[in-house]
Design a protein around this ligand. Structure first.
Ligand SMILES: [Zn+2]
Length: 308
C-alpha cells in the first residue's frame, strides 16, 4: 500500500463555533471527496491513537502542556480562549491529542514500511504552536512532534519539514530552530499573519516570503531553490506541513495556487524522498478553509502520493 490516511472521529468533535473557519466540516468535506474520487479503494485508513504527555514533551515545555490540560473545560457548553484565535471546549483536548498521536502513528507507519507515505487528516492544525504557547487555531505542534519523534525513536540524523501553508510555520521554526538535524522550508504570504519569517536565521531554515497575488507559476519559481538544498541535506524522512490555504479560492489568504501546484510540489518532494529515503513521506494537514478547494487539493495531493 502506498498511502495510509490517518484520522480520528475525535478530531471532528473539536468545535470552536459555527463562525470559526477551523471547523469540523473541513474533515467531512475531505472525506466526501476521498469517497467521490474513488481514492477510498486506493488508500488505507487507520484510526489515530492519542499522544501521551511524554510525546508532547518532544516539542513543548511542561508548563505549557499542563496549562492546556488544566484549561480543558469539563462542561459541554463551556468555552475557553487559550489565545486570541484558539478556543477549547470539552472535546478539544481529545482532538488535539489525537492529531498529535496521528502524527506519531504516521511516522511509525512509514518507518515500519506499512506504507510509503502517510497523510494525517486531522485537526486542530499545529504549525503555529510554539514550545510554550498555542496560537492561530493550533494547540500542539503535530509536525514538530513527528519530526522529533522520528529523530529520537528511530535514531535518524536528518529530517526535512516542508511547509506550503499560506502562513509562515512560526511555531515549527521556534521548536526546531536549535536542532540542526531538522531542515525547515516554509513558503508563505508576506507581510501577513503571523508576520514572521523574514528575519535572518540559521543554515537549514529556508523561508520564502511570497507577495499577495502570486500565481502558481511564480510561486513554483520562488520555491524551486529548496530542492537542491534538500537534495544536499539528504533527509532520511520528509515531512510536509500540508496547508491548502494558499489556494486561489481561499478567503483566508491571497495567493493564487490551484490543485496542479499541489500536485507539482508533491511530485518534487516524492522524487527527493525516493532518492534519499525509500519514498518515506509523512504529510500532515495544516490550514485550508475554502471547503471545496481544500477537499479537492487534498485529493490531488493524495493521488500524487499514491502513484507509483
Ligand atoms: Zn494557514
Amino acid at each position: 500500500m502506498n498511502v495510509t490516511v490517518i484520522g480520528s472521529p475525535k478530531c471532528n468533535l473539536h468545535d470552536m463555533g459555527a463562525d470559526h473557519p477551523e471547523q469540523p466540516s473541513r474533515l467531512y468535506q475531505i472525506n466526501d471527496q476521498i469517497i467521490a474520487s474513488g481514492l477510498e479503494y486506493v488508500v488505507h485508513f487507520a484510526d489515530a491513537t492519542s499522544a501521551s504527555k511524554q510525546d508532547l514533551l518532544l516539542a513543548h515545555d511542561i508548563d505549557f502542556i499542563e496549562k492546556v490540560f488544566s484549561s480543558s473545560p469539563v462542561e459541554n457548553d463551556e468555552r475557553v480562549w487559550i489565545d486570541d484565535d484558539t478556543i477549547m471546549m470539552n472535546k478539544s483536548l481529545d482532538a488535539a491529542l489525537s492529531a498529535a498521536g496521528a502524527a506519531i502513528m504516521a511516522v511509525d507507519t512509514v518507518m515500519g514500511k506499512q506504507s510509503k507515505s502517510a497523510f494525517c487528516a486531522t485537526r486542530p492544525p499545529g504549525h503555529h504552536a510554539s514550545k510554550g504557547a498555542s496560537a492561530g487555531f493550533c494547540i500542539f505542534n503535530n509536525i514538530a512532534i513527528a519530526a522529533k519523534y522520528a529523530l529520537e525513536h528511530y535514531h535518524l540524523a536528518r529530517v526535512a519539514i516542508i511547509d506550503f501553508d499560506v502562513h509562515h510555520g512560526d511555531g515549527t521554526q521556534n521548536i526546531i530552530e536549535d536542532d540542526e538535524r531538522i531542515m525547515f522550508c516554509s513558503s508563505f504570504q508576506h507581510p501577513f499573519y503571523p508576520f514572521s519569517g523574514d528575519e535572518p536565521t540559521r543554515k537549514g531554515i529556508l523561508n520564502i516570503p511570497v507577495p499577495a497575488g502570486t500565481k502558481g507559476s511564480e510561486w513554483r519559481e520562488l520555491v524551486s531553490p529548496w530542492f537542491q538544498q534538500i537534495d544536499e541535506f539528504a533527509p532520511e524522512l520528509i515531512l510536509i506541513s500540508a496547508g491548502f490555504d494558499a489556494h486561489a479560492e481561499e478567503d483566508m489568504g491571497y495567493l493564487r495556487l490551484v490543485e496542479n501546484d499541489y500536485v507539482w510540489i508533491t511530485q518534487e518532494l516524492k522524487a527527493l524522498a525516493n532518492k534519499h529515503c525509500e519514498g518515506k513521506v509523512v504529510s500532515i494537514l495544516e490550514g485550508g478553509y475554502a471547503l471545496s478547494a481544500l477537499a479537492r487539493s487534498v485529493v490531488a495531493h493524495l493521488k500524487t502520493l499514491a502513484m507509483e
